[in-house]
Design a protein around this ligand. Structure first.
Ligand code: NDP
Length: 289
């Protein structure tokens, strides 16, 4: 196949999703429930501060209240656990987001476990990961959820397709593979010990790259006509952002590809807010019954 791959436009799709979230949020407010996201940010990591600010802005645009809890880097695990206990018990809080990474001294696993799974809008709690595995998801992790929405928007029929997920993190690779499996793709997961990654990429009709290495998946590996979802966000020395896929090389082989930036990134925030409104809708339904 020759020509130029179509752009799968995450920026445009995220706007559509945010509009939908805004409408659902307004419907909650009519029922007396203001959707509310509690955001916990520990320490001074500048990238995390930017993410939190962006999430707050988008939430406000959708009519979702955010309550920021900014804590110093010296915060202990016990202090965080006690804050989470308060947020879990607060009936006006629908979603709890603990911005990662947490400072080294904090027991991140204990913190993620302490979030009420019914408020775990990130979908990282073992209960939510387990429900996903069973095919009965409550909250689906935002980045893989965004990737699935992008594939759907591009009209990709996944059933029977060979799909490759490169990366096996709990927040992206593993849930991504589950979602593709549930959509009846034949799924392979590659990681740092995988042999012959180029050969696997060459066989795959769908490739989701979540590695964290700029331009790592070479254009010439890609099967002609494949659909490429590039999750990677890598800051280059020149300050520009690059994905995990050699975008320029992929353009002449893939049939469709997400750009970086403007692909998966905007979808992640939109899916987070969609999860938060899901929780608020459950609260509103509970209040009505
Ligand atoms: P992790 O570092 O947690 O995982 C990276 C994965 O890549 C690991 O499973 C690792 O394998 C695998 N890997 C490393 N080297 C190779 C290799 N040579 N060949 C094959 N696989 C390899 O990263 P995340 O999953 O958190 O994130 C991945 C990327 O996605 C990053 O660029 C991150 O910035 C981006 N990201 C983007 C988001 C968005 O909204 N767009 C959201 C979240 C992440 P192993 O397990 O063996 O070590």
């Amino acid at each position: 196949m020759s020509g130029q791959a179509a752009k799968i436009d995450g920026k445009a799709l995220s706007k559509e999703l945010l509009r939908e979230v805004k409408g659902r949020s307004a419907a909650c407010v009519e029922k007396g429930v203001i959707p509310c996201l509690a955001v916990v940010l520990v320490g001074e990591d500048p990238a995390s501060a930017i993410y939190v600010r962006n999430k707050g802005r988008r939430a406000a645009e959708c009519g979702i209240e955010t309550r920021d809890h900014r804590l110093p880097a010296t915060t202990t695990t016990e202090q965080l656990l006690s804050l989470l206990a308060e947020l879990n018990a607060d009936p006006t809080v629908d979603g709890i987001l603990v911005q990662l990474p947490l400072p080294e001294a904090v027991d991140s696993e204990a913190i993620l476990l302490a979030i009420d799974p019914r408020k775990d809008v990130d979908g990282f709690h073992p209960d939510n990961l387990g429900l996903l595995m069973l095919g009965k998801p409550r909250f689906v992790a935002c980045t893989p959820q965004g990737c699935m929405r992008l594939l759907e928007s591009a009209g990709v029929e996944l059933s029977g397709k060979r799909a490759l997920v490169v990366g096996r993190s709990t927040i992206v690779g593993k849930p991504m593979a589950q979602l593709l499996l549930q959509a009846n793709a034949t799924v392979t997961i590659a990681h740092s010990r995988t042999l012959d990654l180029p050969g696997l990429v060459a066989q795959s009709e769908v490739v989701v790259a979540a590695v964290g290495r700029p331009n790592f998946i070479r254009g010439e590996w890609i099967r002609p006509g494949a659909v490429i979802i590039d999750v990677g966000i890598n800051r280059l020395e020149n300050g520009k952002l690059a994905g995990d896929v050699d975008h320029a090389g992929a353009l002449s082989r893939a049939s469709a590809i997400t750009p970086v930036p403007g692909g998966v990134g905007p979808m992640t925030i939109a899916c987070l807010l969609s999860n938060c409104v899901d929780a608020a809708e459950r609260r509103a339904a509970g209040a009505a019954s």
